[in-house]
Ligand binder design. Structure first.
Ligand SMILES: *[C@@H]1O[C@H](CO)[C@@H](O)[C@H](O)[C@H]1NC(C)=O
Ligand SMILES: *[C@@H]1O[C@H](CO)[C@@H](O)[C@H](O)[C@H]1NC(C)=O
Length: 367
């Protein structure tokens, strides 16, 4: 999420002007005396002087800055992608899809199962958690060999500590070239003030991670069988540089996987929006695809009078539109993406976002 630290207004103004004239805004303006406290902490071996290739907007050329400047930019509320490891993401052309009108009648059948799931995911132990669920004796899933054979759970190792997790539901007759629907969320691990501090958001029930996890479990318990492959991605966030999603998008690109559409689930409250409970559908043309975004709105509209009972509002990230979350990695790769977040209301019902995740998953994968 892009936030404007008020004390930095003048700085940000300069940056916005620079961004509008398509200049690279940041390097010389970033402080470099911060973040030395890692020396007191075991386990951190970050070289703060290392040069990194960073993209502050997908419209702009990347630039080389130091790790320290990256961290400073993050504390100032800037979003970016560190593309040092994946500089050529998006080199190949991707198939573009159009989406037939949503028509599933299966969705509400999943809802009774949403209330049966346990309260909290233990985000510290994602792998064992998912594996445990998959292997556990609860529900119909584990006793149904046919369904079980279509589920795989992959823990994706990266060059840093935290793994990403991919859960796949594949039809028995699926082939490698079948178009994949992806629901993504990042494993919250970042404290924006200083990445060396703990991240209080981890395990928070309001996170997108928990929303798509619950949606997945609901589908499993309701014995949903997708017609095309359906995947749930839990991205290691790693300092908010979008490393996890870039690494995975890059792997999909390299192996020629076909992606029908990717939706990021991020439960962050959008500060600019009104006070009504609503879904803010992001429209920034440099990180979401217009056709998939229109389809997402069709889904919300289709179910608005029944179970969703929530309105959507068209929104744009303000200011220099940096890559705000993992969908940006897929967008950069050339795949079709969409993103929505919740409006500025304190008492939003997470259940509606879980239901939206169920609806999106089913409408996209039932043909
Ligand atoms: C797989 O089977 C389903 C239902 O039997 C069918 O609708 C679908 O087209 C098949 N998919 C492929 C790729 O053959
Ligand atoms: C829903 O639409 C898809 C895609 O057009 C189609 O394949 C499927 O048969 C439709 N299902 C129903 C129940 O109408």
């Amino acid at each position: 999420m892009w936030m404007l630290p008020s004390a930095l207004g003048a700085f940000v103004f300069v940056t916005i002007v620079a961004a509008q004239s398509n200049q690279i805004p940041l390097v010389s303006q970033l402080g470099d005396s911060q973040f030395e406290n890692h020396k007191n902490l075991p386990g951190f071996d970050l070289n703060l002087d290392a040069l990194r290739l960073v993209q502050f907007s997908l419209d702009q050329e990347p630039e080389w800055i130091t790790e320290r400047q990256k961290l400073a930019a993050k504390t100032m509320g800037f979003e970016y992608m560190d593309i040092t490891e994946t500089p050529s993401l998006g080199v190949t052309k991707k198939l573009q899809f159009s989406y037939p009108p949503p028509n599933s009648t299966f969705i509400t059948g999943v809802f009774p199962y949403l209330s049966k799931v346990e309260a909290k995911a233990n985000l510290e132990h994602l792998t064992s958690y998912y594996t445990w669920y998959y292997n556990s004796g609860t529900g119909r899933a584990s006793s149904d060999d046919d369904q079980k054979s279509m589920i795989t759970v992959e823990s994706v190792k990266h060059s840093w500590k935290q793994n990403s997790i991919i859960i796949r539901m594949r039809p028995v007759n699926a082939s490698e070239s079948d178009p994949i629907t992806i629901l993504g969320a990042h494993i919250d691990s970042l404290n924006k003030e200083n990445p060396y501090f703990g991240a209080p958001g981890a395990g928070d029930d309001s996170s997108g991670t928990v929303a798509i996890l619950k949606a997945y479990r609901g589908l499993l318990l309701a014995d949903y069988r997708p017609v095309s492959p359906l995947e749930f991605h839990f991205y290691a966030a790693e300092e908010g540089s979008l490393f996890g999603s870039q690494a995975i998008a890059s792997n999909y690109e390299a192996t020629g996987k076909v992606v029908k559409g990717m939706k990021q689930f991020d439960m962050t409250v959008f500060h600019k929006a009104g006070t009504r409970e609503q879904i803010a559908v992001i429209h920034n043309a440099n990180q979401v695809n217009a056709e998939l975004t229109a389809y997402l709105i069709l889904i919300i509209e289709r179910h608005r009078r029944s179970f969703l009972s929530i309105k959507h509002v068209k929104e744009f990230y303000p200011g220099p539109p940096g890559p705000s979350s993992d969908h940006a990695s897929w967008f950069k790769a050339g795949y079709q993406t969409c993103h929505s977040i919740k409006g500025a209301f304190k008492n939003a019902k997470p259940r509606k976002f879980i239901k939206l995740a169920v609806a999106f998953a089913i409408e996209m994968s039932n043909y």
